[in-house]
Design a protein around this ligand. Structure first.
Ligand code: DON
Length: 307
């Protein structure tokens, strides 16, 4: 096994001529303001090692990576009952696609496409006003990362709310099939705020550690989910975490991963490490272009592919 800090430093150095590659998401105006040449990587190993390079301590908008954490909360509250509301199959369509919703009676394919994440957010609203649901999600992420300084970027949440026509369409469409229990504006409000959680690579890698370590956080000793549930969340990340790019990500990287349009990716090397990368430029399917390349290099050099 090569020295991990050396591997992380080499990846940073070798990719530096390419910083800025890809296209920064601009459909949420506030995301378009991020400097495209940012690049950070954090590898948090299950035995407590932390290996950082580049902008690993700079906060960015985790966006869809939050869907891993809301899925975990929903499974904790409702267990397998959530699968009545959302499927477990890759969609083969873009993250914000609406086409399958009509054919499949308002049941989204999986919890990571937007429609599926909205269904999960709706479940988290049971018995809570939106503010409390947002507070619960933020508290959970802080607990996972063992870091009380993690906050929501309210500018990003507002910016997305002001332009979120597509998500509003998805939520209204699902509501028309009676697939949401709460007012559309409540579901959207919570969803936009969970997406606007800001974290650094270091914080995100720590937050994902429970998925690398069989369901508990070895740094805090907290059991977050059972071993079986951690395995299943990883399975969903592998098959659905990169939308219509999931097959390609599995082919090149070979790790469960979840991307966000802020340019972050959380990847899990089960039994070894939780890894966060951030590079804002996206590829054609909306996943971090250089983040994917960095993870491919890391998986190749460590032998961490699950295959
Ligand atoms: O729903 C949206 O448009 C965003 N808040 C999140 C989308 C996202 O991160 C998709 N991932 N690549």
């Amino acid at each position: 096994m090569p020295d991990l800090q050396t591997v992380v430093d080499e990846i940073h150095r070798e990719l530096s001529p390419r910083f800025g590659e890809g296209r920064v998401a601009d459909y949420i105006p506030q995301l378009a303001r991020v400097r495209p040449d940012r690049f950070g990587i954090a590898v948090q190993t299950v035995d407590g090692g932390v290996h950082l390079a580049g902008d690993a301590d700079v906060s960015f908008s985790i966006q869809s990576i939050s869907k891993v954490f809301t899925l975990t909360i929903a499974l904790g509250k409702l267990g397998d009952a959530i699968w009545k509301r959302v499927g477990r199959e890759p969609s083969g369509t873009a993250f914000n696609s609406i086409v399958q919703l009509e054919r499949e009676a308002g049941i989204p394919r999986n919890p990571f496409i937007n429609a599926g994440a909205l269904a999960i957010t709706d479940l988290l609203l049971a018995g809570h006003p939106p503010k409390a649901a947002i507070g619960e999600i933020l508290r959970f992420v802080r607990y996972l990362a063992d870091d009380e300084d993690i906050v929501i970027d309210h500018e990003v949440a507002r910016s997305e709310a002001a332009t979120g026509y597509r998500n509003a369409a998805l939520a209204n469409f699902m509501r028309s099939f009676d697939r949401l229990n709460h007012p559309v504006e409540h579901v959207l409000g919570v969803y936009f705020h969970q997406c606007a959680i800001a974290m650094s690579c270091r914080q995100l890698a720590r937050a994902g550690l429970y998925l690398a370590a069989g369901g508990s956080n070895p740094l805090t000793g907290h059991r977050v989910v059972s071993r079986q549930r951690a395995r299943r969340i990883n399975a969903l990340m592998l098959t659905c975490g990169h939308y219509d790019g999931s097959g390609d990500f599995a082919y090149h990287v070979g790790l469960p991963g979840k991307s966000g349009v802020g340019g972050g990716i959380l990847a899990i090397a089960p039994g070894n490490a939780s890894i966060a990368v951030w590079s804002p430029g996206l590829n054609d399917v909306g996943n971090s272009a250089l983040g994917t390349v960095a993870l491919e290099m890391l998986a190749a050099r460590t032998g961490w592919s699950v295959f």
